[in-house]
Design a protein around this ligand. Structure first.
Ligand code: GDP
Length: 526
């Protein structure tokens, strides 16, 4: 098969949701339809439920599960579909943001009872930044949820995207009858069904006289009215605005009952984008370019503490990846090759000989990779659009055992390479400030430093609320600002200066007083 044909076959997407909306359940049902698994219950949730963490082994176990289910590949209707899992827990939001850089589209799961939740809004902001196409699945229709038109309004308002229902529910909760597919003109009848993949479908137009007999007078009247309203209010669905990330088609269903999932998957196969071009520091790279390129968007530690090796997740962006072939590691300017790269076919790891755009490849790594690293066939560019965002909680890392400072240094370097947290080093005294988006990471880091690197540490809370990357066209002005701010300036892992601000107010004041200095809230800026 040619590279162009391989590209056409591939779909790489992420399922995102607020915790508990049904992401894991939906993933499992998609795999069930794809024939990748035979029974329900095979996909384990990778969510970390605790916010207070006394039981670290539990975190470890849960992290282990999340390696296995980080990427799931299955075949369906001649397509090769890669689902990239994203942690729903807020403390791992950065991990999710980075995963979103490696996909071509997203399915967003909403709980019909809870509507749009906070975490969903933040995830969608990242999708909006990249114009990632989104399909929305409104889940748990077997429960008494919010009025569907209200849900759609809420989606548009809070997620800042136009929506277009493609199916429509007939009641909800205990009276839930099923959904009507507006495009296929089919009625899908709901029944409680937790294990099997089968459907009860009737092909029928809305004007058909048989409708009241099937649904009852009242519901038949209601669905006719609802659809009339939908046709009046919402634009007809078309693929271009969806693919440009401006319009989100909406499906209703109940993942746990396998209901509405097949329509979702079939439509996804029809309309979702094939692997897309990606920006680099030099130019945009198209997937059908003959030369291989790809980037690392996730690094996962090995669970077995006796093996320090890690797994780097590489997204192929162009050309063909080959096992054993030398590729150029751009940041280190050296050639590397991989003897046992693997795929994530249906939860079992398989050695992979060739990979194509859209594929996610697992690479064993002994510390050569950082998040965002680029591999090419000789060219010198780095994939861009994989920024670090300003952390929200900052603590100083204090070494508790002076004999182990080397281990601590190495440990914190490697853990921050994995993207567990961000490290800022102060010039004075080489003090180390660690920034995260959630408290949980500090526990994880402390635990891993001790168990993987034999280094003990404690944390001291810092009065910092934002990290701003600072630049200036006038180098002298920048140097002056850095000198004046002293210990409020840290350096990130790439040596870029960062202003560690106590408050929004401090940032505003410093901006006003230093017009020559630019303040950025992500590590990537033009
Ligand atoms: P995640 O946190 O988004 O991965 O959510 P899960 O898939 O783990 O689901 C959270 C809870 O919602 C679980 O108890 C599921 O059994 C339940 N759930 C998932 N889908 C449905 C549904 O369609 N109806 C109902 N009533 N519960 C569901």
């Amino acid at each position: 098969m040619s590279i162009a044909q391989e590209i056409k076959k591939r779909r790489t997407f992420a399922i995102i949701s607020h915790p508990d909306a049904g992401k894991t359940t939906l993933t499992e049902k998609l795999l069930l339809f794809g024939g990748a698994i035979q029974t329900a219950g095979a996909v384990k949730s990778n969510k970390i439920k605790k916010t207070a963490t006394s039981d670290f082994m539990e975190i470890e176990k849960q992290r282990g599960i999340s390696v296995a289910t980080s990427v799931m590949t299955f075949e369906y209707k001649d397509l090769l579909i890669n689902i990239l899992d994203t942690p729903g827990h807020k403390d791992f939001a950065e991990d999710t943001y980075r995963t979103l850089t490696a996909v071509d589209s997203v399915i967003l799961v909403i709980d019909c009872v809870k509507g749009v939740e906070e975490q969903t809004e933040r995830l969608m902001e990242v999708c909006r930044m990249r114009n990632t196409p989104v399909i929305i699945f409104i889940n748990k229709l077997d429960r008494e949820g919010q009025y569907p038109f209200d849900l759609l309004d809420e989606l548009e308002e809070k997620l800042n995207i136009r929506v277009r229902p493609l199916t429509w529910p007939i009641n909800m909760g205990s009276a839930f009858q099923g959904v009507y597919s507006l495009y296929e003109q089919k009625l899908y009848f709901f029944k409680i069904n937790k294990t099997k993949v089968e459907e009860d479908v009737v092909e029928i137009g809305l004007e058909d006289e048989g409708l009241p007999k099937l649904l009852g007078e009242r519901d038949a009247k209601q669905i006719r009215e609802d659809v009339e309203l939908i046709e009046g209010v919402y634009d007809t669905f078309s693929e271009t605005p969806y693919q440009e990330g401006r319009l989100a088609p909406v499906f209703f269903g109940s993942a746990i009952n396998n209901f509405g999932v097949k329509e979702l998957l079939d439509t996804f196969c029809e309309i979702s984008p094939t692997p897309q071009p990606r920006p680099t520091t030099v130019r945009e790279v198209a997937p059908d370019e003959p030369k291989f390129s790809g980037f690392v968007f996730k690094i996962h530690a090995n669970l077995d503490p006796r093996h320090r090796d890690r797994i780097a997740f590489l997204r192929v962006c162009s050309g063909k990846f080959e096992r054993g072939k030398f590729f150029h590691h751009v940041r280190l300017d050296k050639n590397v090759r991989f003897s046992s790269p693997f795929t994530f076919m249906a939860s079992a790891k398989n050695v992979l000989d060739e990979g194509f755009p859209g594929d996610v490849i697992g690479l064993y790594d002994t510390g050569t990779f950082k998040i965002g690293d680029t591999l090419t066939e000789g060219e010198n560019f780095m994939f861009s659009g994989i920024p670090s965002f300003s952390p929200e909680i900052f603590k100083e890392l204090i070494n508790l055992d002076p004999m182990k400072s080397k281990q601590l240094e190495k440990g914190i370097q490697q853990l921050t390479d994995e993207g567990v947290a961000q490290l800022f080093t102060l010039e004075l005294g080489n003090r180390k400030i660690v920034g995260t988006v959630g408290e949980l990471q500090f526990d994880v880091i402390q635990y891993r430093l001790e168990h993987e690197y034999c280094a003990k540490c404690r944390w001291v809370h810092m009065n910092i609320s934002k990290a701003c990357w600072i630049t200036s066209a006038d180098q002298a002005k920048l140097a002056e600002f850095i000198r004046l701010k002293g210990n409020q300036i840290g350096y990130d892992k790439d040596g870029n200066p960062v202003f560690l601000a106590e408050s929004e107010w401090m940032i505003r004041m410093n901006k006003e007083n230093n017009p020559a200095v630019q303040f950025h809230f992500t590590s990537e800026f033009k």
